[in-house]
Design a protein around this ligand. Structure first.
Ligand SMILES: Nc1ncnc2c1ncn2[C@@H]1O[C@H](COP(=O)(O)OP(=O)(O)OP(=O)(O)O)[C@@H](O)[C@H]1O
Ligand SMILES: [Mg+2]
Length: 644
């Protein structure tokens, strides 16, 4: 009782201050009382609340417009510097005006003011604009049962499937750094005072709100406009779970069935137009065999050509830095888009001891950590059709493997609390470096053979029929070399037998290395432009020189390292020595060994060429109208050559 009284008093005080703040002379009082919910940003000496207070805004923006325009006008006649100040001032005033429009926008949605909404749409307000605390106007209109505003917003293209970004008062107050009381008042005043303030609303769509308010006409309107009745909020609830009346439930269930069919048709159409292989190749360089194996298995599953009782299980084999984890991530991205819980990554090297089984599925009752649950079971409960990556599976204790076998075999798992989680729709990817040396050696040999064949073909010694299409791992190699190594390690045929596909990752070819180097240089060129306004480009030979830094044991990571060592280090040193400025054009070139004397006195010892292959120092040149000028970099110690 006392608490509620206190709250009301506070609320009144806050509202009083908010209104008073617009009157200017009370600025000081506002600063004292509103400090907690004021943003740190300053607007020409005024401390501006993060959540715009209407009157306060117009009080600031009006004089700002006048002053800004005045400054700008006078400056045209007088001097450029004053003009610039005026323009900056006017621009600030302009952003205030748009803030005011936005404020009117949410108010109109709350008050069912259709004509104002139409006016503001014409004035250019984005229909999907978010309130600073996270909701959209459509959600405001739905939660307040403002049918006519909902209609206008939907006609103007408002997205009915956007989720509310507002979690709860406490969380928003923490993340935005605003006083919780102010968040509470704003939510009640500008969204709805009908909701439980302790609940979490993140992810609630307009449909969730209309169902919550038991508003049948608005719900129908949203569904007809394409609202997804299967969309879950952060609590994992679909709108139907908030339905009160039987009619509402019926309506939603009917649309759920229709929506599912439509979604399936849409997904099938998309898969036809844009096959999985193509998507994966946009992110993964080379590894065509691995991509083809994985994509075909997923296609079988998606189209219902798989045994439904077992989940899909892959074992990715190959040396380090070759794309195993990346491919697993891309599968999750394809299946679950940006939903984070759709990708579960478990480092199996954390489960090497027998007692660590409890960490995996949770401890039984009476044991420490029983309440916490297991790392795998907790995550699988949240998303039972996730892509689960078991990294370095060979490091896991045999007892953990027994649990995994049960998981793969039955498609379900019982946690420490005795609860069973069904996960037949999950995709399990295990990675291992077992037999990686053998696979790498075999891969290199295959590449050499392929190159030999290509040479012979160029020389016209082979007919087309004699040429294998691409590098493939032979059955003989799998059965005679890889299988015995796996059997010897895991010691259980049934575990290996439950794996649907063993996927082999081979070392990169020269062409693939060139693509990897280009990808890496593109990354740095983008950064150079964004951070330093420097236009970075390179000669073709640079790619060959950098590709030579490939180490089969470290895969693509060795390329990243080589680019950092031989290019990025130089860029950083050139900047430190003030040899490059913003706006300049830089070119990476190769200085061939034509003049050995000059090579020997190279500017930085980390720039020495690789031991074999394409020789040459990488140099930075500044491009200008007058030509190219090589930067005269002073030597910087190379990390590899420092004595410890
Ligand atoms: N085939 C590839 N195409 C594009 N990028 C790749 C490829 N292979 C590796 N990379 C890049 O190299 C880095 C390491 O790759 P990843 O994590 O997939 O290696 P891994 O095969 O899982 O190695 P490890 O066995 O050490 O875990 C990532 O940044 C990844 O993007
Ligand atoms: Mg990995």
């Amino acid at each position: 009782m006392a608490a509620s009284m206190r709250f009301r008093i506070w609320r009144t005080v806050l509202r009083f201050q908010a209104n008073f703040a617009s009157n200017g002379p009370q600025e000081k009082a506002q600063k004292i009382f509103l400090r907690d919910f004021s943003s740190k940003r300053r607007f020409f000496g005024f401390k501006r609340p993060l959540i715009p207070l209407r009157c306060h805004f117009s009080a600031i923006s009006r004089p700002a417009v006048v002053l800004g325009l005045g400054y700008a006008g006078v400056s045209v006649g007088f001097c450029g510097i004053v003009g610039m100040v005026g323009l900056v001032f006017a621009r600030c005033a302009q952003s205030k005006i748009s803030d005011t429009l936005k404020e009117r926008w949410f108010l109109a949605a709350r008050r069912n003011n259709v004509s104002e909404i139409k006016r503001l749409i014409e004035a250019g307000v984005d229909v999907n604009e978010r309130h600073p605390l996270g909701w959209t106007a459509l959600q405001v209109a739905c939660v307040n049962k403002n049918e006519s505003v909902v209609r206008v917003l939907l006609q103007a293209g408002a997205d009915p499937n956007l989720g509310d970004d507002f979690t709860n008062v406490w969380n928003v107050s923490q993340t935005k750094g605003i006083n919780s009381l102010h968040v509470l008042v704003t939510r009640e005043d500008e969204f709805s005072d009908n909701l439980n303030n302790r609940a979490t609303f993140k992810g609630c769509t307009a449909l969730h709100y209309s169902v919550l308010m038991d508003d049948l006409p608005v719900t129908k309107m949203l569904l007809e406009a394409g609202a997804n009745p299967l969309q879950e909020n952060e609590n994992g609830h679909t709108p139907v779970q908030y339905a009160k009346s039987a009619t509402m439930k019926e309506l939603l269930q009917k649309h759920e069935t229709d929506f599912k069919i439509l979604e399936e048709q849409r997904a099938a159409e998309e898969r036809r137009k844009y096959p999985l292989e193509q998507r994966l190749k946009e992110h993964i360089i080379g590894q065509e065999g691995a991509i083809a194996t994985v994509a075909s298995a997923i296609r079988r599953k998606e189209n219902g050509w798989m045994d439904d009782d077992h989940p899909l299980v892959f074992l990715f084999l190959g040396s380090s830095g070759i794309g195993k984890t990346e491919l697993a991530k891309q599968i999750a991205q394809y299946i679950h888009k940006d939903v984070k819980k759709g990708f579960i990554r478990i480092d199996m090297s954390e489960y090497q001891e027998k007692h660590e089984v409890a960490k995996f599925i949770g401890s039984p009752p009476g044991y420490v950590g029983h309440e916490q649950g297991g790392q795998l079971t907790k995550k699988l409960k949240a998303c039972s059709n996730a892509v689960v990556l078991f990294d370095e599976v060979d490091k896991a204790h045999p007892d953990v493997l027994t649990i995994m076998l049960q998981l793969f075999d039955e498609g379900r798992l019982t946690d420490g609390k005795g609860k069973t989680i069904e996960c037949k729709d999950a995709i399990f990817v295990m990675t291992s470096n077992l037999a990686s040396d053998e696979i790498a050696r075999y891969g290199l040999q295959l590449r050499q053979e392929a190159e030999e064949i290509a040479k012979q073909r160029r020389a016209g010694k082979l007919g087309d029929l004699e040429i294998p299409e691409k590098v493939t791992v032979s059955r003989k190699f799998k059965e005679e070399v890889v299988q015995p190594i796996l059997k010897h390690h895991f010691r259980r045929d049934e575990f290996l037998g439950r794996i649907n596909e063993m996927v082999y990752f081979l070392p990169f070819s020269h062409l693939e290395l060139i693509k990897l180097v280009t990808k890496e240089l593109d990354f740095w060129a983008k950064k150079a432009m964004e951070r330093h306004d420097i236009d970075l480009s390179w000669d073709r030979q640079v790619l060959d020189v950098l590709a030579d830094g490939y180490d089969v044991h470290y895969g693509a990571r060795s390329i990243k390292h080589e680019v950092e060592r031989r290019v990025v280090n130089q860029l950083a040193a050139a900047q430190e020595q003030q040899l490059i400025q913003r706006g300049c054009q830089l070119r990476i070139t190769v200085e061939t060994s034509a003049d050995p004397g000059e090579l020997a006195s190279g500017p930085a010892s980390q720039l020495e060429p690789a031991a074999t292959g394409h020789h040459g120092l990488l140099r930075l040149q500044i491009l200008s109208k007058g030509g190219r000028k090589t930067l005269d970099l002073k030597s910087v110690p190379a990390p590899d050559n420092v004595d410890f």
